[in-house]
Design a protein around this ligand. Structure first.
Ligand code: FEO
Ligand code: CA
Ligand code: CA
Ligand code: CA
Length: 595
């Protein structure tokens, strides 16, 4: 790119070649900085990070582990609020062997989950950012396992949400496994509670009253042993505690004293994230994925309209939008393979509104608490692990990352036009024997076109925009672009858009043998489908975010779990990125055009 001139949207860059470097590598013509690392101070009074002197008290004030979603909310002039999820922890990479007791490890790891709000300042070069001093950073906040959340919407207070610590069923301590998210038009951040099932121990045994519900959500009781430090993670003592996770949470970063909320109206599943667009009439529409093999795409349409006025009253109103409306699940129907494309039409099937269930035999609260079981009854399309789903603000189409599915083609998940790759086809194309990793290994990006260009519409058209993989493989598809000219891409996870409407994709779990990264791909015009790798992340890391800000001059990337490689330990880590210590530190990076 032309240093200083081109933006991330317009730059003609040479794609980064696939590599296994322990480095964050951008296309040439761009620089990058680490903005904040695991352990860096977030809240005033945070101690300097010392990996051998970690504590709950310190972790409550420091940047948590495994940064995932990245949001940036403007403040005055040259400052903004960076909002980041901390999805989970890699204890084997966080703690020196023998330095802490098992219970200390559990308590500190629990506290490293959650979210951070961090005030940041523009750097000298356009698109660069750094942490602001803590002195004036009054909004800075660590949301962690002891932070109080309020449940909102029709299921709040339901008897199945009550525990011995919360007889109201309306107040939950903490948020867990926060994966992707979205920033709303009213300036709040949504975050998805994803694989929350892993935190609950069986204790004296699973309550048979919830056998079907636990099973559908993968709550097996083989947890992380956290019940030894907090009995609410013992399912035999608190069978309702897992019902209090698996929601979309909303945080108002501008109000550090605000109580974050969990919105029951958006359903309960392994929420990847939620991204809000506005319908023609101003209602808020949240697109969502349930990240599980064979699970579904969802959307929520609010009952009331977004009020764009810059008043406190309008904002108060907008903060109520996600508590009332209608929840839908998607069914996709193919139009046949004869046209040479994987495409067809789709329907959003209503599950419930705030006052009425549309699923036989289930109440509104049943549908919202056990959304997967409700959806199972209306024959939606089983998808290949729906991850981030977001509308392109330029062309109005909706893009969903479907990351992979090793079981596609099995009896419970037969192939269909929207999920076309099955084990035998992949096996043939790879010339490899059938393994448990067969099926749709490299993932898709689905493009949905709402009827009439209205996000509230219940009908849509769809096509697989990308069938990812090694472009040498004939089964790949890049929106019709010449396969010989694109970067290999595998396991799309998060999506974002620049102001020209180009799609940016981050990947998690690349099975093509090189590191994950972030890719740019135009969705319109002669370059539609021209996938180019913009950056690669260090060994063992997945690329999260991404987020484009500053008039396409800044690309934010969360580098999650660097060094997460089989056999990796604190003493012998698979990565030492960002190379400030002898062990890896998950960190948020901003990349920008070199001056
Ligand atoms: Fe946390 Fe579905 O990725
Ligand atoms: Ca077709
Ligand atoms: Ca993800
Ligand atoms: Ca992921």
């Amino acid at each position: 790119g032309r240093p200083g001139g081109a933006t991330l949207a317009t730059a003609e860059f040479s794609p980064v070649a696939p590599n296994r470097r322990d480095a964050f590598t951008t296309a040439s013509g761009f620089d990058h900085d680490v903005v904040i690392r695991w352990g860096d101070p977030v809240v005033k009074g945070a101690p300097d990070f010392d990996v051998r002197r970690q504590s709950v008290e310190a972790a409550e004030k420091q940047f948590g582990y495994n940064c995932d979603y990245v949001g940036l909310l403007p403040l005055r002039r040259d400052e903004a609020l960076l909002v980041v999820n901390h999805e989970y922890t890699d204890e084997n990479l966080m703690f020196p062997a023998g330095a802490y007791s098992d219970d200390e490890v559990k308590r500190i790891a629990m506290t490293n989950h959650g979210m951070s709000v961090v005030r940041v300042r523009r750097g000298r070069t356009a698109g660069s950012w750094r942490r602001a001093g803590l002195g004036r950073a009054v909004e800075n906040r660590r949301i962690h396992i002891r932070t109080t959340f309020e449940l909102t919407g029709p299921a709040a207070g339901d008897v199945r949400l009550r525990t011995s610590a919360d007889p109201t069923g309306r107040q939950v301590l903490g948020t867990l496994n926060n994966c992707a998210g979205g920033t709303t038009p009213w300036g709040t951040v949504l975050s998805g509670e994803e694989n929350f099932n892993q935190y609950f121990d069986a204790g004296a045994g699973l309550n048979p009253a919830y056998a079907a519900e636990y099973q559908r959500y993968g709550i097996s009781g083989s947890g992380r042993g956290w019940s030894s430090v907090d009995p609410r993670f013992d399912l035999s003592k608190e069978p309702h505690e897992p019902h209090r996770f698996g929601w979309i949470v909303e945080v108002d970063p501008y109000d550090p004293g605000s109580t974050p909320r969990k919105h029951t109206m958006l359903g309960r599943f392994k929420h990847e994230g939620a991204n809000v667009s506005l319908a023609r009439d101003g209602r808020a529409v949240a697109y969502m994925g349930d990240d599980e093999r064979g699970d579904y795409l969802y959307k929520f349409v609010s009952a009331d309209r977004f009020d764009p006025k810059p008043t406190a009253r309008a904002r108060r109103h907008n903060l109520t939008l996600l508590s009332k409306g209608t929840l839908y699940v998607a069914r996709l129907t193919g139009d046949g393979a004869e046209d040479g494309e994987y495409d067809g039409t789709g329907t959003w099937i209503p599950l419930c509104s705030d006052s009425q269930s549309f699923v036989a035999g289930m109440s509104v609260a049943d549908v919202l608490l056990f959304t997967r079981l409700a959806a199972d009854k209306v024959a939606p399309t089983k998808m290949d692990r729906p991850e981030d789903v977001e509308a392109n603000p330029v062309n109005g189409k909706v893009y969903a990352a479907l990351t992979n599915n090793s079981r596609r083609g099995s009896a419970s998940m037969p192939v269909d036009e929207a999920n076309p790759l099955q084990a035998s086809q992949v096996r043939a194309s790879l010339g490899a024997p059938l393994t448990s990793a067969s099926g749709n290994r490299n993932g898709y990006v689905l493009e949905m076109t709402p009827a009439g260009g209205d996000h509230a519409a219940t009908e849509f058209g769809w096509s697989l925009f990308l069938v990812c993989g090694d472009p040498a493989s004939p089964e790949t598809w890049f929106g019709g672009f010449d396969r010989s000219k694109v970067s290999p891409i595998s396991c799309p996870d998060n999506v974002a858009f620049d102001s020209e409407g180009n799609l940016w994709i981050s990947t998690d779990g690349n099975v093509l043998g090189s590191n994950d990264g972030v890719f740019r791909v135009p969705v319109e015009g002669p370059s539609r489908g021209h996938v180019q790798q913009f950056c690669t992340v260090p060994k063992g890391a997945e690329a999260c975010g991404p987020l484009i800000t500053d008039g396409d001059r800044a690309l934010w990337v969360a580098v999650q779990h660097p060094g997460e490689i089989d056999g990796s330990t604190f003493e012998e880590p698979g990565s030492t990125w960002p190379h400030t210590d002898a062990f890896p530190r998950p960190s948020v990076v901003v990349a920008y055009p070199a001056r």
